[in-house]
Design a protein around this ligand. Structure first.
Ligand SMILES: CC(C)(COP(=O)(O)OP(=O)(O)OC[C@H]1O[C@@H](n2cnc3c(N)ncnc32)[C@H](O)[C@@H]1OP(=O)(O)O)[C@@H](O)C(=O)NCCC(=O)NCCS
Length: 219
């Protein structure tokens, strides 16, 4: 963990820098949650996932991006237990001053608002703490749970990137959302917890959202 990694808490949720000693908990959660996570996971074109996890080297490469200032490698804890990850990627300064969020949480912690809380905490840290201008999240139209995270927080829909990221074995369309600093009249967490996020209007989406991405009925 490097100095750039914050420790941020609200209620039962803490976001902190991931550490090499999280490797075992991470491996266990990735294995146990395989069916829950794999349809949303990035894959390498032309390869098949081995089903094996080298979590130490994955944490090392996240920490390297952290050290270089291009990423923030964070763990989400719920009630002090390792629950998932929130990775900030593509941190750039200067005229762009932007960053991209990616996240997941173990199934047993889903539905408690933990990821939404974590995204709000980290967005506030990036924009109000680190001084970035923009935070972006890109989500498959099929991923209703993840769409709800950004909808609940009032991220602004920016557009659909066709076949944007290789996920679960193919190039997948993504709906992209962002917030810029000028849109935060108050911290995002306060706005959400205080019930001041305007309702999200899904008619902006150019495609139908939801539906099972594999059509096999397994949620
Ligand atoms: C997307 C994800 C991170 C949301 O995390 P979370 O901590 O459950 O977030 P929230 O508690 O705020 O719930 C968000 C939505 O998930 C759905 N949800 C709630 N309980 C759920 C459960 N037990 N199982 C599945 N989805 C559930 C609801 O649509 C909810 O929206 P709502 O609050 O309007 O009802 C989580 O579902 C996940 O890790 N999914 C697999 C990986 C993934 O999709 N990552 C994101 C890729 S872009």
């Amino acid at each position: 963990m490097f100095d750039s990694a914050p420790r941020l808490s609200y209620g039962a949720v803490t976001v902190r820098g991931i550490r090499l000693r999280d490797a075992r908990a991470l491996e266990t959660e990735l294995r146990v949650n395989r069916p829950w996570l794999e349809r949303w996971e990035a894959t390498l074109p032309g390869t098949r996932p081995s089903g094996r996890f080298d979590t130490r080297s994955s944490i090392r490469s996240l920490l390297e991006a952290d050290r270089q200032g291009t990423g923030l490698a964070l763990a989400i804890e719920v009630d002090g237990e390792f629950a998932g990850q929130l990775n900030v990627a593509n941190i750039s300064g200067g005229a762009l001053s932007s960053s991209t969020l990616g996240y997941w949480i173990a199934r047993r912690f889903a539905g408690r608002g933990a990821t939404t809380t974590a995204v709000a905490l980290v967005t506030d840290h990036l924009m109000l703490g680190m001084g970035l201008h923009r935070v972006e999240v890109c989500i498959r139209p099929e991923n209703l749970a993840s769409l709800r995270v950004v909808e609940k927080l009032g991220f602004r829909y920016e557009g659909c990137r066709r076949r944007y990221i290789h996920i679960d074995g193919d190039w997948r369309d993504h709906l992209c959302f962002a917030l810029v600093r000028e849109e935060l009249a108050e911290p995002l967490l306060d706005r959400w917890v205080g019930g001041r996020v305007p309702p999200f209007d899904r008619s902006v989406y150019p495609v139908a959202v939801g539906g099972d991405p594999r059509g096999d009925g397994q949620g």
